[in-house]
Ligand binder design. Structure first.
Ligand code: SF4
Length: 125
C-alpha cells in the first residue's frame, strides 16, 4: 500500500460484514465495545472505527456505505447513529443496548451480560 493510502485510510477491518460501536465511557458503552470485539474475534464481522467517520475519513465512509454494517449504541443519546447519519450513511443494522432492557449506569459489565448481548447481535445479518 502506498504511503498516501495509509495516511488517508483507516486500516482496521474492512469487509462485507462490519461492526462499529459508540464505545462510550459508561457501562453500556464498554459492553457494546466488548461485544463488537467479540464479534470480530469470532470472525462474525470485521470491526472498524466509528471515530473515522467522525473524522471524515472518506475511504472509510465509502466502505461503510457499501458494507453490511451493524452499529451498536449504548443509550438513547445515539452518538453512533447521529455520526453515521451526519456522514450520509443511512443503511445499517442498529442495536441500542437500552432497548434490550439494560440501564445506563446500572448495568454490571460481566461475562453474563456481555454474552447475553452477544447472542442477540450475533445472528443479525
Ligand atoms: S450512545 Fe450513549 S453510551 Fe454510547 S457514547 Fe453516546 S452517550 Fe455514551
Amino acid at each position: 500500500m502506498e504511503a498516501d493510502q495509509i495516511k488517508g485510510a483507516c486500516l482496521c477491518g474492512i469487509g462485507e460484514y462490519i461492526v462499529i460501536t459508540c464505545s462510550g465511557a459508561c457501562d453500556l458503552g464498554l459492553i457494546a465495545d466488548t461485544v463488537a470485539r467479540k464479534l470480530r474475534d469470532n470472525k462474525v464481522r470485521k470491526m472498524n472505527c466509528l471515530a473515522a467517520v467522525g473524522a471524515d475519513v472518506k475511504p472509510t465512509i465509502e466502505a461503510f456505505k457499501a458494507a453490511n454494517l451493524l452499529l451498536l449504541d449504548g443509550c438513547p443519546v445515539d452518538c453512533g447513529k447521529k455520526i453515521l447519519e451526519k456522514a450520509g450513511i443511512s443503511s445499517f443494522k442498529y442495536v441500542r443496548l437500552t432497548d434490550l432492557g439494560y440501564e445506563k449506569g446500572k448495568t454490571p459489565v460481566t461475562e453474563e451480560v456481555i454474552n447475553a448481548v452477544y447472542e442477540k447481535v450475533e445472528t443479525i445479518y
